[in-house]
Design a protein. Structure first.
Length: 328
């Protein structure tokens, strides 16, 4: 019997992929890492559809040729989009070629006959939609913050008054804007709504935003689901002013992280939600309120975990290794 073969889609410097890749290799698996940016300038994909025979799928990269039909698992980590061939100097032609390359590569991974973690791309893209997540979470019995998603100033003003101004906003999709004029990048996480925001609420007409009631926190929780295993860590974000609203602004020196004993019913809801979303992996963000209520915020189908593992000792990387090997 041949050794398991795992294809990891990611870019350079991915410490999460390196950690799990080392574990896979130690257990006898073959690991191939592929960066989409190398396609089609430094790597080639060949698909052959013979009459009456199975499809043949080959990936020819600098490190060798891979028969994609022999893979036992595909791990969609964090690949960047394919880049146009550098010999294409016309910007419009280069953009078209990059789009075509992306279309082929996405379709290729979608239909490989092997386990896909966290899921097929079309599945986890759909699973990441925050408005749908809130609907499903409430259906499964999670408490959720009262939420408004709108592009009308009057709706924000009404919501603001109903909650006595104790509301926050967060982006609907990616929390950053890149390639601004001058080459800058703006990151925006969970932010309180200030009087200035209320005064400029008419700017909502340009782009939807998520507005939620402020939920008081005893601790914030990062709950990582890997297959049927649930790893819960509590983040003591209230220990520092910088992280009180959003733990992603944390300083680990002053923000304690500890293993959290998650109640069985909450763990089962996380597993049920991952199942309903079609995910084999998901990073859930929850709040534990001072009153002891667990409140769902969102689930990231491809969220990071390594800092949690290093600060708490939770064996998340090993669980991901196990999950990828189950595919064989």
């Amino acid at each position: 019997m041949s050794a398991p073969h795992v294809l990891v889609l990611t870019g350079d410097g991915d410490s999460h992929a390196e950690r799990v890749g080392g574990l896979l290799t130690a257990r006898g698996a073959r690991v191939t890492v592929f960066d989409h940016r190398h396609y089609p300038a430094k790597a080639h994909v060949e698909l052959t559809y013979p009459r009456g025979e199975p499809v043949r799928r080959l990936l020819r990269a600098e490190t060798g040729t891979v028969d994609l039909g022999s893979l036992t698992a595909l791990w969609w980590r964090r690949p960047l989009p394919p880049a146009a061939h550098p010999e294409l100097t016309d910007p419009a032609v280069a953009e078209h070629a990059a789009r075509e390359s992306q279309a082929l590569i996405s379709d290729l991974w979608e239909h490989l006959p092997c386990r896909k973690v966290p899921a097929a791309e079309s599945v986890f893209r759909r699973a990441g939609r925050k408005s749908s997540q809130l609907l499903l979470a409430a259906e499964l019995g999670f408490a959720i913050p009262e939420t408004l998603i709108a592009t009308r100033a009057e709706a924000l003003w009404d919501f603001h008054d109903r909650h006595d101004g104790r509301i926050v906003t967060k982006p609907f999709g990616a929390p950053w804007v890149e390639n601004l004029r001058g080459g800058g990048t703006i990151s925006r996480f969970c932010e309180p709504v200030s009087p200035r925001d209320v005064a400029y609420a008419d700017a909502l007409r340009f782009c939807p935003v998520i507005v939620q009631e402020y939920v008081p926190k005893r601790v914030e929780l990062r709950v990582t689901v890997v297959g049927r295993r649930v790893f819960a860590a509590e983040i003591h974000s209230q220990a520092a002013n910088r992280s009180r609203l959003d733990w992603r602004r944390y300083n680990t020196d002053v923000t304690p992280h500890r293993v959290h004993r998650l109640p069985g019913d909450v763990a089962r809801r996380c597993l049920a939600m991952a199942d309903r979303l079609g995910l084999l992996y998901g990073a859930f963000d929850l709040i534990l309120t001072p009153a002891g209520e667990y409140v769902f915020l969102e689930v990231n189908p491809n969220g990071q975990w390594l800092w949690i593992e290093e600060l708490t000792g939770l064996p998340i990387s090993q669980a991901i290794c196990d999950l990828l090997l189950e595919g064989s």
